[in-house]
Design a binder for this molecule. Structure first.
Ligand code: DMJ
Length: 617
């Protein structure tokens, strides 16, 4: 009213009734604007809940999120998170066996598929009773070995070889940083960056994949460069189609492991924020996620090439380790619930001959096609079963049983010996064997050796022999090529023995699986041949893949002058160089007693206890 009186030509309030029509209209417009402003201001006050209750029904008020706590605290829950009593929330988040973490069966929407909740469209629900805090210091004290090891006394040759691999990592990083920082991969011949379409608009795949390797190798300046990029430039507000699997194993895996190694909150917070963006992919009738998700809208769908809209075993079966850690670090059980539900579906579905086919319908929960492979499309599902058991400090007995049963079926139906005496794992197509092994399948030597440590004496020995034989076959696929690097796939038919028979299978893209198995077999047997074989790979990489500005894949391992594919894959820094480095380290560097490696070689801690901090006042 004070304002009205001061307006030129505007009389006091009583006189306003005598205004002419246009003036009245203007006055009413002004008045209604003022009222709207006052009403809206109620919601902007720091704690307006009392006012809000005047205008909103009680239930709607209760579900409004509280304002975020201290800056370092990540958002804990997702729209899908049920609100539960605090004790239940804590228990489900803990990394325990299925009996301890298992939530009730997933509630499915009636009459078809639920709609994905657009990521970020609604602020996540939150457990408001007390802030959750993961006790990082307590976790670090629980480790049995210093993360970068503490033993002395190695021979000078081993040290020199390790230093050579460190130099390769520095070279790979320096060139990426110089020519492609912020892009996903380096193109070392054209000296620029590659973005690709696997990560839904996320950038810096090489930065995130390289972080823990740089840290472990004590490349401190380089680690700081990578960290600075994450702090200043890593943007999660993107809008694009991402592979759920790739984002999980590379980004979430890399961020989680770097948090556990360094205690730097930025990595944990980014991992949790990204984890929440993946949750809408699980909104299917079975809870089996689809393979592709738009990180902006939350819409998800299956790969166009996957038969009949199915989800891929190696994709939805390779979330367990990371998702349990997201729950562990946030106190929010939703992540653990999602992967325990996948476990439930898989443990119940009927398996042909005890085998797991690669394609499952997220709508019906049944297999779509009977193609079984321990290589591409199947591989890391098996890996995550045994590693889930190890990561649970051997409490997740359901995972161990599923692994043991699967391995038994693989031994029975897929393990074969070639005419030349090489052991290999064939693929299975509706009962018919395809006598080929992909490079990807070569991780299985390491996996079987790892699992063998914990079986009864007879199977332990048999499995160690099997692991050693498969690793030896994969080594043969390398030694039988002109470059001493292995092809993408090799066969055991029509006279071929561990060699590629098709032109399209002759390439090598800096993959890690063979050196991964060398690393495990070395740690578990200390047979010197594994270090020798690893050194052969180092020499071959230097000779054929190192170019002026980085490392590149090659198109034909059987050519002594191979052409380069102009791509330095991010997994070369995450896995290939890390496993090679560890092969020449003492066993206490990232000890297998403390860590399991996710399928992208990002170390995640074995959970010896619950590291929830005492409740905050
Ligand atoms: C990596 O991204 C992971 O190891 C994945 O499990 C399969 N393949 C690539 C490397 O070959």
């Amino acid at each position: 009213m004070v304002l009205l009186r001061k307006l030129p030509g505007m009389p006091g309030w009583p006189a306003a009734l005598g205004l002419r029509l246009p003036q009245k209209f203007l006055f009413l417009l002004f008045l209604s604007g003022l009222l709207t402003l006052c009403f809206g201001a109620l919601f902007l006050l720091p704690d307006s809940s009392r006012f809000k209750r005047l205008f909103l029904p009680r239930r709607a008020t209760a579900s409004l999120p509280r304002s975020p706590p201290a800056a370092a605290e990540p958002r804990h829950a997702s729209p899908a998170a049920p609100r539960r009593p605090r004790e239940k929330l804590r228990t489900a988040a803990r990394m325990a066996g299925p009996n301890r973490t298992a939530p009730g069966p997933r509630q499915q929407p009636q009459g078809g598929e639920s709609r994905a909740q657009p990521a970020g469209s609604e602020p996540p629900a939150r457990d408001t009773r007390a802030p959750f805090r993961f006790d990082y210091e307590r976790f670090r004290r629980s480790l049995r070995h210093p993360v970068r090891g503490g033993r002395r006394g190695e021979d000078p040759e081993t040290r020199a070889r390790r230093m050579k691999i460190k130099e390769m990592m520095k070279f790979a990083w320096d060139n990426y940083r110089q020519y492609a920082l912020g892009k996903n991969e380096l193109r070392p011949l054209s000296r620029n960056g590659h973005i690709g379409n696997m990560f839904g608009g996320l950038r810096g795949a090489t930065v995130i994949d390289a972080l823990d390797t740089l840290y472990i190798m004590e490349l401190q300046e380089e680690f700081q460069e990578a960290k600075q990029w994450v702090e200043q430039s890593f943007d999660l507000n993107v809008n694009g189609e991402a592979s759920l699997f790739e984002v999980n194993i590379r980004y979430i895996g890399g961020l989680l492991s770097t948090y556990y190694l360094t205690g730097e909150e930025v990595f944990k917070n980014k991992a949790l924020q990204l984890g929440e963006k993946l949750l809408p992919a699980f909104n299917t009738p079975t809870g089996i996620p689809r393979g592709v998700i738009n990180l902006g809208s939350g819409m998800s769908w299956s790969w166009g090439w996957a038969s009949a809209g199915s989800s891929i075993l190696a994709e939805f079966g390779t979330l367990h380790l990371e998702f349990l850690h997201l729950s562990e670090l946030s106190g929010n059980p939703v992540f653990a619930e999602k992967v325990m539900n996948i476990r439930r579906v898989l443990s119940r579905v009927e398996k042909p001959q005890g085998l797991y086919p690669n394609f499952l319908s997220p709508v019906t929960g049944s297999w779509v096609q009977h193609h079984v492979s321990i290589g591409g499309l199947g591989d890391s599902f098996y890996e995550y079963l045994i590693k889930s058991w190890l990561m649970s400090d051997k409490k997740d007995s359901e995972a161990k049983k599923m692994y043991d049963d699967a391995l038994e079926a693989i031994e029975k139906h897929l393990v074969k010996k070639s005419a030349g005496g090489l052991t290999y794992i064939a693929e299975w197509r509706g009962g018919i064997l395809d006598h080929k092994m992909g490079h990807l399948a070569c991780f299985s030597g390491g996996m079987i050796a790892l699992g063998a440590q914990h079986g009864p004496q007879d199977s332990r020995q048999r499995h160690m022999e099997l692991a050693a034989e498969i690793t030896s076959t994969c080594h043969e696929s390398y030694t039988r090529s002109d470059t001493k690097l292995g092809p993408e796939a090799f066969r055991f038919d029509a006279g071929s023995e561990a060699t590629a028979t098709r032109l399209s299978e002759r390439y090598y893209i800096l993959r890690p699986e063979v050196v991964e198995s060398y690393m495990y077999l070395w740690r578990l047997t200390h047979h010197p041949k594994y270090r020798l074989w690893g050194w052969e790979v180092v020499q071959a990489l230097e000779k054929h893949c190192r170019v002026e500005s980085g490392f590149s894949g090659i198109r034909d391992v059987y050519s002594t002058t191979p052409t380069h594919d102009n791509m330095q894959q991010s997994f070369f820094l995450a896995e290939t160089l890390k496993y090679l480095y560890l092969l020449f380290c003492e066993d206490d560097v990232l000890s297998l007693e403390d860590w399991v490696f996710n399928t992208e070689a990002h170390p995640l801690p074995i959970n010896h206890t619950d590291f929830r901090a005492a409740e905050q006042p």
